[in-house]
Write a protein that binds this ligand. Structure first.
Ligand code: IMP
Ligand code: MG
Length: 192
């Protein structure tokens, strides 16, 4: 079995499970205020947003007179195995429902250079939803290469590569309940 020790990678806490829960609670209250009791389709981007959408959808459904949520999923890849985006976004799995005429919120784990969300937003906007907004747990605003509108943001991340709560490094660390920096072998600084 590969362990963190055998990989010689270290992690360093950035946001605790409680801080994440509080951020998602705030996002849910803002979304519920804007959509009231309207039906709302949450489109989560796999794999990273799986925990965000799961907690956000349940937080929304626990709010009295909140939106009536349904879920759909898309999957894209843009990173390969590096900590920097390749800049090229590929659609791995499309949404399964028609979004024409519907109120849609794209749910994403993190926005870095913005290319991934810009691609998904453009694709879904072309399908004529009634409205289209974005909800992201983590934002790295200083890394943006393209302008994307974020309607609901959980937390601003310090400039370093983060893992946990859905976010991976080479597919590892997604299942951590908190968000951490990654310190790679031979380095004393968090990876960027
Ligand atoms: P963007 O296209 O650069 O905005 O990157 C968005 C995608 O890259 C996210 O959906 C994540 O999957 C991945 N990503 C960006 N920053 C990080 C990070 O710090 N840790 C893990 N994945 C990241
Ligand atoms: Mg992602």
């Amino acid at each position: 079995m590969q362990t963190r020790e055998s990989l010689d990678e270290k992690i360093e806490l950035v946001f605790s499970a409680d801080q994440i829960a509080a951020a998602i609670e705030r996002m849910a209250r803002d979304i519920a205020r804007d959509y009231a009791e309207r039906p709302l389709l949450l489109v989560a981007i796999l794999k990273g947003a799986m925990f965000v959408v799961s907690d956000l959808a349940r937080a929304l459904s626990a709010i009295a007179n909140g939106p009536l949520c349904t879920l759909d999923f898309m999957a894209v890849s843009s990173y390969g195995n590096q900590t920097r985006s390749s800049g090229e976004v590929r659609l791995l799995k499309d949404a399964s429902e028609s979004i024409e005429g519907r109120d849609v919120v794209i749910v994403e784990d993190i926005v870095d250079n913005g290319l991934t969300l810009q691609y998904i937003h453009g694709l879904l906007a072309s399908r004529k939803p009634n409205s289209l907004r974005t909800a992201v747990l983590l934002d790295k605003p200083y890394r943006r290469l393209v302008d994307v509108r974020l309607d609901y943001v959980g937390l601003i991340v310090p400039d370093a590569f983060v893992v946990g709560y859905g976010l991976d490094y080479q597919e590892r660390y997604r299942t951590l309940p908190f968000i951490a920096n990654l310190i790679l072998p031979g380095s004393s600084e968090p990876a960027r």
